[in-house]
Design a protein around this ligand. Structure first.
Ligand SMILES: Cc1cc2nc3c(=O)[nH]c(=O)nc-3n(C[C@H](O)[C@H](O)[C@H](O)COP(=O)(O)OP(=O)(O)OC[C@H]3O[C@@H](n4cnc5c(N)ncnc54)[C@H](O)[C@@H]3O)c2cc1C
Length: 389
């Protein structure tokens, strides 16, 4: 759970994570998405490494995918599949990607794709050992600030796993910054507050400070400000009756509002303190209102008239001015669980970066973070908006 969020009517948010092999990919909704070409170019520029531009990443996307074409006989004619001739043609990878009988591409989990394959090809990975029910508690460093191992707790016992080459952590957007912090890499004031020995003062661990150029005009031309998620919706929490409604949910793709993660104690056993900070950036507030108004225009179009059977249910016609829409959004914003950027990648000289462009933690040696926490671009959070019966 997050802390209570003052700007969201003091609500707390349940931020689900997958605590299992495959992590959150074991329980996610399975849509398969890549970002726009311009977004990756912006990423490459920000970290000063052209390996992150779309052209250079595409072979890796391709390599990882095993694409199965959809069954055109079953899918509705209007649920057309975008051209897949180049970007989604690979059938050699481990991540299964296809289109179901409704219109969204979906993929398999990390465990089903990669870990199971590694087990199946035992001869290629003779040293692979998986310790389940084991919590990484602290990264151990020698006097040269070189990571030499990880202290883990398994079934109540502490073990030291020694690294022969390097330590690679992948605990996700909440626990990777927590693990770095309890190991001595984080904002100095926070480390000292919890009596943690400072290995490296990295002010942006878990802090995710907003980019300086937080203005849509500075983003690439193909940057997506928001998208709409089309779902059926059935909830007695929001709605009087138990019938199923159609929803068009505007999702802010790259929220400029920033939150932060900090530790509540020097122990990994205690949950981190999470502040999502949604709807705190002025540009985001404006975008949210525009997105909701545009959704209304969609429902009001001639095309939709034939299928509507009643008036708008949420937010409802009494919510009409920009101020009312915003207030309503503050009480109804939710997440699709794409937390990221809490150990953000950047140029070595950028004191707000946590890792370099190859995911190596800056200032220390032999330590990498390889998960969504190092992303440069955030991923969407959703305003559940506009339900129509
Ligand atoms: C409900 C839900 C729906 C989603 N839907 C989609 C979707 O449709 N499409 C999409 O692209 N994305 C979706 N996502 C987001 C996506 O799943 C995540 O962005 C992605 O899994 C992040 O990967 P990660 O490796 O950074 O972290 P995670 O997948 O969270 O993996 C972190 C792993 O580290 C483990 N761990 C944490 N701390 C420790 C520790 N101290 N010691 C040992 N292990 C530790 C955790 O148990 C977990 O297994 C969804 C997520 C959720 C929760």
């Amino acid at each position: 759970m997050t802390e209570s969020q003052p700007q969201l009517h003091n609500n707390t948010v349940s931020y689900t994570r997958g605590k299992t092999l495959g992590g959150s990919s074991a329980l996610n909704e399975m849509p398969y998405q890549r970002r726009t070409v311009g977004s990756y170019h912006a990423w490459a520029d920000a970290v000063g490494d052209e390996r992150w531009n779309f052209t250079n990443l595409l072979p890796f996307f391709e390599k990882s995918v095993k694409y199965t074409a959809p069954n055109a006989r079953i899918r509705a004619a209007s649920a057309f599949v975008p051209s897949t001739s180049s970007d989604l043609s690979s059938t050699e990878g481990l991540l299964h990607v296809s289109f179901p009988n409704y219109a969204a591409p979906f993929s398999s989990s990390s465990e089903a794709s990669f870990l199971d394959d590694a087990f199946a090809r035992n001869e290629l990975f003779p040293n692979l050992a998986v310790h389940i029910h084991t919590l990484g508690g602290k990264i151990i460093f020698n006097t040269n600030k070189t990571a030499t191992g990880v202290l883990v707790k398994s079934n109540g016992f502490l073990h030291l796993l020694n690294a022969t080459k390097e330590v690679i952590i992948s605990a996700g957007a909440f626990q990777s910054p927590q693990l770095l912090t309890v190991s001595g890499i984080g904002p100095k004031a926070e480390l000292e507050k919890h009596n943690i020995t400072v290995i490296a003062d990295r002010p942006s661990v878990g802090q995710n400070i907003s980019e300086a150029k937080a203005d849509l005009a500075t983003f690439p031309a193909d940057w997506l400000d928001f998208e709409y998620v089309v779902l059926s919706f059935n909830s007695s929490t929001y709605l009087a009756s138990n019938i199923t409604y159609g929803t068009l949910e505007p999702a802010l793709i790259d929220p400029l509002s920033r939150g932060n993660i900090s530790v509540s104690s020097p122990s990994i056993d205690d949950p981190p303190i999470i502040n999502v900070g949604w709807l705190t950036n002025a540009t985001n507030l404006e975008t949210a209102v525009i997105a909701i108004k545009r959704a209304r225009e969609f429902w009001a179009s001639d095309v939709m008239k034939g299928i509507l059977v009643g008036e708008e249910v949420l937010p409802g016609k009494n919510v009409s001015t920009d101020e009312q829409i915003l207030e309503w959004a503050r009480g109804h914003v939710r997440t699709v669980y794409h937390a990221s950027c809490t150990c953000k990648m950047g140029k070595v000289e950028d004191e707000m970066a946590v890792t370099d462009s190859r995911a190596r933690v800056i200032v220390v040696n032999n330590l990498r973070v390889v998960d969504a926490s190092t992303f440069r671009c955030c991923r969407r959070d959703i305003l559940r908006v506009l339900s129509m019966p």
